[in-house]
Design a protein around this ligand. Sequence first.
Ligand SMILES: Cc1cc2nc3c(=O)[nH]c(=O)nc-3n(C[C@H](O)[C@H](O)[C@H](O)COP(=O)(O)OP(=O)(O)OC[C@H]3O[C@@H](n4cnc5c(N)ncnc54)[C@H](O)[C@@H]3O)c2cc1C
Length: 426
Amino acid sequence: MSEFKNVSFVSDDNMCTGCGVCVAVCPHDVISMLVDEAKGVYQSNVNLETCTDCTICLKSCPPLTWSNEPKTQIYNEMVGDYVAGYATYSNDEYIRRDSASGGFITTLLLYLLEKGLIQGAVVTKRDENNPLISKPFIATTKEEIINAKGSKYSPVKFDEILHDIIEGDYENLAVVGLPCHIEGVARAAQKSKKLSKKIKYKISIVCGQAPSFLGYEYIAKKFEIETNKITELKNRGDGWPGYMEIQLDSKNIKVPYGSKYSMGTVLSSPLFTPLACQMCADAVGFNADVSVSDAWLEKYMDDKQGVNLILTKNRELDEIIKQMGRDDYITLIDENINEFIKANKSVIHNKSKFNNYRLDKFIGPNRELYSQKMLNNYHVSFTQKIKLIIFTWHLKIIKKLDIKKIVPKLNDKVLFYLKALNLLKR
Ligand SMILES: Cc1cc2nc3c(=O)[nH]c(=O)nc-3n(C[C@H](O)[C@H](O)[C@H](O)COP(=O)(O)OP(=O)(O)OC[C@H]3O[C@@H](n4cnc5c(N)ncnc54)[C@H](O)[C@@H]3O)c2cc1C
């Protein structure tokens, strides 16, 4: 039994994903989410003086609860339980082209709403006053769902929205989130009948990392703009893999997805990747009803309109998705689970296979408390171990840095070096 009665040690260990679920489930309102200015991420903060040691927060904290233990017969260690795999895209041309990948999530939500299967969906939009901030909200109309399409490469916290759901008069909601959001929400719902009645479907986005706020400071420096002058920010859209668009009153900057000043180098650099994302065990949302990713497979990559790969994890939703195909909302092609894993091989292998090994090297005395239930039967080769040691050694240095202070002095060479380190995770 752990000596810890609340999640304060998770933030101290740089393992807090910033999902905010602990805040929502705390019955005594003693946890809040703060921005760690030096790292540009959300972190939970426990008021130790008023905490009652009830331990409820520990039961829905993703790095403490992640488990890929099988619950059904159809199971893969890297992605957990599943029903079937598909390649798919929206048959609405506008949604398909302007969404993150093939517009599957947006089309699924519209279908569920239209058929009366959900009352609304938790989706995420950028704050109108500060587009660097992205916030989840409950969309109850077609327009709201469509307007929230696209990926937001920023920290997103679910504390307020979950609190609203718990307290509000909602039923049959779908929740779209990253694997850490979905894990937290699923665990919270396991503990709360009230919440589990309200949340009907959990839709997980496959996730390599959710960049910190600070990557945008470097991008702004490169384009000689000020972040507080940004009026709109779009990370994906206009085809696949699409463009990042930074809108200012005076100009509009369009950066291709893979280019160095977008997700390509800056946003996926270890300097702007939260340490909790580096330690994350779940690329797909083990506890989701469906996992959704880009189709990084040669056979789909020439299709610039966008294609999704999806893995259904709930039989009822799988049937609904097949019906969406028959009703002509989406194009649906059977796809093997191995293709799903292959498309995101580096992300899925990095998170599932190497997670335990990285944790061993990164975490101090609390190691035993994290992802204890993760299966750890993978053979990690000698070369891979060396690569992981070098990578984790860099993370230990990054852990000590005030990254916000470093950004003005940073140059491309340092960033490209750090970005190249990501190759060591494969
Ligand atoms: C931070 C991040 C990292 C990702 N990493 C990978 C990866 O490594 N490999 C891969 O194949 N795919 C990755 N994706 C997923 C991919 O970019 C698409 O989001 C996914 O394929 C869904 O595409 P779609 O066209 O169906 O989505 P859309 O129809 O455009 O809908 C996307 C939905 O997700 C919601 N959303 C967007 N951003 C967030 C967020 N940050 N938090 C919570 N909800 C959000 C939107 O509100 C919208 O409802 C990542 C996405 C994000 C946000």
